[in-house]
Design a protein around this ligand. Structure first.
Ligand code: PLP
Length: 446
């Protein structure tokens, strides 16, 4: 592997005490990759190199890094109101943010419950579903349906409905009971190198009918899926698939939750994936792009009837026994308001939609490059799947990730896939650089 590092680590840190999440810790600590600054489309690495951000951090910095209006809003909030209790008390900015979010959401999703992460948003949505059915007088509706290869964060609820096997393995004995999984939608035989939504595979949604037949509709609380599965390696939904899922849920009175932690806030050229696909869920979980990742925040957008049913069932005290110390934190609320304003003022969602065809063509030009067996894309997201090395799952994609970083580009490895999701303010020259660097890296890696 080529070592392009300009010099030794320029910052002085003791590496050992920090146990890094979802990281090969031993390998990392032998050759750490530290970022020390960021602006717009670029990071600065500890050795001074500029790194083009091909991943918007982790699918989250949609407006580009360290944007001044967001930085200023956080700074101002931190000096004025550092914290307000979230239970039985509140502060104005979080109401303003709830109003701004519901205005952006598909019609009817007009309440928001705030959390601090996508994982918490997912667990909150599952709990809202259970509380709703209890308040509805259908307490036997306790089953959840997720999907193979789904990623819904790392809470016990999220890994239970999630379908990424390594994320479940060590905890398998204590997952939520009563969860079924739909099949995933990846079908390389019929859909390899599909552009946007693949043509084949809507019938994968029919597996929900089988689950209903087996379990009984009256036992199922909710189905949760990512409109585009992201962390598993970018799987856009087959045409008609989400519509079919919605129809089956409607037929049996089952709630449909879209986990839009990645697909929210312009990633697909629309505020949420629900609008791009024209399919209305009962709840949307979000996080990441809501604050442009500058302060952690997540939440659940909820249909009015679900909210009202739970609130109306209350007997005068607390209606829903759930929440976090930092739900709607003042700094996150300030960052969220500034972020949504920036998205609006700079037409960032429309700009993403406008550059999507160029992005798609550029990424599909990788077809035929060494190791590439599939390219999938939608919105400003793409997955470049590589032929795995024999008996070494993920090793080749990991080496491509390292090689790209050495060449000044940040990509993400998701199994055998190189996942790409740059900030939505990218220009054609950034797309060209991403594709050129990936090509060079693929040619270099064995
Ligand atoms: N749901 C989806 C679809 C995600 O992609 C993620 C994170 O990537 C999560 C949930 C978890 O979010 P967090 O890491 O903020 O807990």
């Amino acid at each position: 592997m080529t070592d392009f590092r300009a010099g030794p680590l320029a910052v002085d840190v003791v590496l050992e005490p920090h146990w890094l999440p979802f990281t090969a810790n031993r390998a990392f600590k032998k050759a750490p990759r530290l970022l020390v600054a960021a602006r717009d489309m670029h990071y600065t690495a500890a050795d001074g190199r500029r790194i083009l951000d091909g991943t918007a951090g982790m699918w989250c910095v949609n407006a580009g890094h360290c944007r001044e209006p967001i930085v200023a809003a956080i700074r101002e909030a931190a000096g004025r109101l550092d914290y307000a209790p979230a239970f039985q008390m509140s502060h104005p900015a979080v109401f303003d943010l709830a109003a701004a979010l519901t205005a952006l959401a598909p019609r009817g999703l007009d309440h928001v419950f705030f959390t601090n992460s996508g994982s918490e948003a997912v667990d909150t949505a599952l709990k809202i579903a259970l509380a709703y059915w209890q308040a509805q007088g259908a307490p036997q509706r306790t089953r959840f349906v997720g999907r193979q290869r789904g990623y819904h964060g790392v809470g016990f609820g999220g890994i239970s409905v999630g379908g990424i096997e390594p994320n479940r393995r060590a905890f398998a004995g204590q997952l939520l009971p009563h969860v079924d999984h739909l099949p995933h939608t990846l079908d390389p035989t019929r859909n390899a190198f599909a552009r946007g939504q693949p043509a084949a595979g809507a019938e994968a949604a029919d597996a929900l009918e089988q689950i209903v037949t087996e379990r009984g509709a009256s036992t199922i609380a909710a189905v949760i899926v990512e409109p585009v599965a992201g962390s598993t390696g970018v799987l856009p939904p087959p045409r008609g698939y989400l519509e079919r899922l919605r129809a089956i849920c409607d037929r049996h009175g089952i709630l449909l939750v879209f986990d839009e932690v990645i697909t929210g806030f312009g990633r697909l050229g629309t505020p949420f994936g629900a609008q791009r696909f024209g399919v209305q869920p009962d709840m949307i979980t979000f996080a990441k792009g809501v604050t442009n990742a500058a302060v952690p925040m997540g939440g659940v957008l909820v249909r009015r009837e679900i909210h009202d049913t739970i609130i109306d069932a209350g007997t005068g005290g607390v209606e829903f026994f759930h929440g976090y110390t930092y739900s709607g934190h003042p700094l996150a609320a300030a960052a969220g308001l500034a972020t949504l304003a920036l998205y609006r003022e700079e037409d960032i969602f429309d700009r993403a939609a406008a550059i999507e065809p160029y992005w798609e063509n550029a990424l599909h030009s990788l077809r035929g490059t060494k190791h590439v067996i599939d390219v999938r894309n939608i919105g400003i997201v793409a997955g470049v799947e590589l032929e795995p090395r024999a008996n070494k799952p993920g090793a080749r994609a990991y080496d491509v990730f390292l090689e790209c970083f050495a060449r000044g580009l940040l990509v993400r490895q998701a199994g055998e896939t190189i996942a790409l999701s740059p900030p939505l303010v990218l220009e054609r020259k950034h797309i060209d650089e991403i594709v050129t660097t990936i090509t060079q890296s693929l040619v270099t890696v064995t």
